[in-house]
Design a protein around this ligand. Structure first.
Ligand SMILES: Cc1cc2nc3c(=O)[nH]c(=O)nc-3n(C[C@H](O)[C@H](O)[C@H](O)COP(=O)(O)OP(=O)(O)OC[C@H]3O[C@@H](n4cnc5c(N)ncnc54)[C@H](O)[C@@H]3O)c2cc1C
Length: 226
């Protein structure tokens, strides 16, 4: 029987890479906050150095308890693995409009993950990782859609990045200048919230009219994303 790896610690590590230096009050060391940020989205930005130059690529992800999975074409230079990367996931919750321009800001939840991703070659893990990725963006879709065949699997690169070395920052609430001298200016200040939500599913125009939107897709209409 395969031995289950122990769960990652509840507290995020403070390493040379993850230690917050600026805006430290916005930092969180709770792994539960990291998990919630990852689960609220499905697009990350993968930062990697290719041929000595930084490249930041938006891409979808999935995850299990210990690692993030990223996929793409085997031809992608950003998905070669084996070199240090930095992945960020960002959710913007609102604009913080202060009395002074200096104090303007953003309410947000964001995560930064540092590590050296591993190229997944084991066919069983590759399929499991692709299932996590598919289900993360659209729960129910792995069992609905046709799964990748051998040729498609061979054309797909899958990277696994450990969630061990990660950091989280969260800002909530009002502007910071409500009790400073600028409060006397008589200007409006506050937060302009931003939300994003799923719309109604739009059928492919070539779809025969008797094929209905599956329940696992239809039920997301109007629900919040992020
Ligand atoms: C949507 C959005 C807009 C922002 N706009 C601005 C802006 O205009 N100006 C500005 O100064 N800051 C902004 N921030 C905050 C910014 O992301 C940084 O946290 C901040 O600038 C500190 O940067 P630094 O390089 O000094 O970080 P440092 O404190 O030196 O970073 C050290 C380590 O802390 C971690 N870390 C840093 N930032 C984050 C983060 N956001 N989330 C999770 N981990 C993090 C990383 O692991 C990093 O390696 C914004 C954040 C978001 C999400």
């Amino acid at each position: 029987m395969k031995q289950q790896p122990s769960p990652l610690p509840d507290t995020l590590p403070q390493t040379d890479l993850t230690r917050h230096r600026r805006l430290r009050d916005q930092g969180s060391l709770r792994r539960a906050d990291l998990d919630a940020i990852l689960d609220a989205g499905f697009v990350c930005h993968l930062g990697v150095v290719v041929d000595g130059r930084p490249l930041v690529v938006p891409t979808v992800y999935g995850r299990d308890e210990r690692q993030l999975y990223l996929h793409g074409s085997v031809a992608s230079r950003s998905l070669e693995g084996g070199t240090p990367v930095c992945v960020t996931v960002t959710h913007v919750d609102g604009l913080v409009l202060a009395r002074s321009v200096f104090e303007h800001g953003v309410n947000y939840r964001s995560a930064v993950i540092h590590g050296i991703p591993r190229q997944v070659t084991d066919p069983e893990e590759k399929l499991a990782g692709l299932r996590l990725l598919t289900e993360h963006a659209t729960p129910g879709q792995w069992s609905y859609a046709r799964r990748p065949n051998r040729k498609e699997l061979a054309a797909t690169a899958l990277l696994a990045l450990s969630l061990e070395e990660a950091s989280v920052k969260i800002r909530t609430g009002a502007p910071d200048d409500g009790d400073g001298p600028d409060a006397e200016l008589g200007l409006w200040a506050g937060v302009l919230p931003l939300t994003s939500a799923w719309g109604a599913a739009v059928p492919d125009p070539r779809l025969p009219p008797d094929i209905a939107v599956p329940e696992h897709i239809a039920r997301r209409e109007g629900t919040r994303h992020g």
